[in-house]
Design a protein around this ligand. Structure first.
Ligand code: SAM
Length: 337
């Protein structure tokens, strides 16, 4: 079967085959993941959970580092869920939302880079977690990439990459595909993260693609607004592209102790703070599908067919939790519509 760069089968099959990835036998990694499980809070551990999702969906996401970043426990958790889904003939398989989200960000990033500065833009990942785009996307070859996350997350990531580089298993050796990669330890809830980014080499006047994948809803409303405003202000200085996912209010009720910021109308919020071109996609839309959501009766397709104002699903009384994928851009010679 032929595949494009992201590994998405061109003549797609209904469901990929799932296998539990083999792990690197390394004491360093085992000890590190044990410490992550016992010492990290939910916020930080979400970095490994997300990597586990990508590792299990490797038929469509080529990310050979994902299983090392995830660790055994998270891999097994999601593998068991997927096995159950298959047994129950579920309409949605666990992790599909994550797979679609990752592929959407990959494809929009690639398109944004090819439309801006011949690929030579800066790329900033806020809440980068265990994202491995700098090792898996060739569209970053002219880009300076900055990853921002908590210091302990970035330190663990560096340790895992070092263990992978020193391993005898060649397919795990990390090979950088970005022009450069700089890790910036910062808390997005503090007011010095932009300063730290700049001290690390980020150039405010250079065109930039900002990736906010799986991060905004972990922030308070005030901090999320501040982060979005800071990025919007950059539109006055240079060509700026924002790629971000937003939960609506109903989605945050799934875990109200974890999820904080929500926005039901991000396609209205972003123009109001200064972005000029804003497009919103929902999981299952033509550009957020990737052949993984064929069944018209799966949750995402059912939601897309309901008006966005509907809060409770009329069929079963469940909350209409939605994940919106937003692309927005702006530049000094463009004005917000
Ligand atoms: C769900 S993970 C997503 C990681 C990555 N973007 C991905 O898609 O694989 C959320 C990440 O945001 C980070 N994060 C959450 N709150 C943060 C904050 N206040 N400052 C910096 N990073 C934060 C967490 O440490 C975690 O790595």
């Amino acid at each position: 079967m032929s595949k494009h760069e992201n590994g998405v089968p061109e003549n797609h099959q209904p469901w990929p085959e799932f296998k539990l990835p083999e792990l690197l036998s390394s004491d360093t990694l085992r000890d590190l993941h044990a410490a992550i499980e016992s010492d990290w809070d939910l916020l930080r551990r979400s970095a490994c959970q997300t990597a586990a999702g990508r590792a299990l969906w490797r038929q469509v996401i080529r990310d050979p580092l994902a299983e090392l970043f995830a660790g055994e426990t998270y891999l097994k958790n999601i593998y068991e869920k997927i096995k159950k889904d298959k047994l129950n003939n579920a309409k949605e398989i666990s992790g599909v939302i994550l797979a679609v989200r990752t592929l959407w960000f990959d494809s929009k990033l690639e398109a944004a880079l090819s439309s801006v500065d011949g690929g030579g833009s800066q790329v900033v990942l806020l809440g980068a977690g265990m994202d491995a785009r700098s090792y898996r996307l060739s569209c970053l070859k002219e880009s300076s990439v900055f990853e921002v996350d908590f210091p302990e997350v970035l330190q663990a990531k560096a340790t895992i990459l070092e263990a992978a580089a020193n391993s005898s298993e060649e397919h795990h050796h990390p090979i950088m595909t970005a022009k450069s990669l700089t890790r910036v330890a910062a808390d997005l809830a503090e007011d010095d993260w932009l300063e730290k980014l700049q001290t690390s080499g980020f150039e405010p006047k250079k065109s930039t693609v900002w990736i906010l994948e799986g991060i905004l809803y972990y922030l308070s409303h005030a901090h999320a607004a501040e982060v979005l405003n800071i990025i919007a202000e950059k539109c006055n200085l240079t060509k700026t592209v924002l790629l971000a996912d937003f939960m609506n209010k109903q989605a945050t009720t799934l875990s109200s102790s974890t999820f904080r910021f929500y926005c039901d109308w991000p396609d209205q919020l972003l123009p109001s703070i200064g972005f000029a071109d804003v497009t919103l996609s929902q999981i299952g839309d033509p550009d957020a599908h990737f052949g993984l959501l064929q069944d018209p009766m799966n949750l995402f397709n059912k939601l897309r067919n309901l008006p966005r104002t509907v809060q409770i699903h009329p069929d079963d009384g469940t909350p209409c939790g939605r994940l919106y994928l937003l692309q927005a851009s702006g530049s000094p010679n463009q004005t917000a519509s």
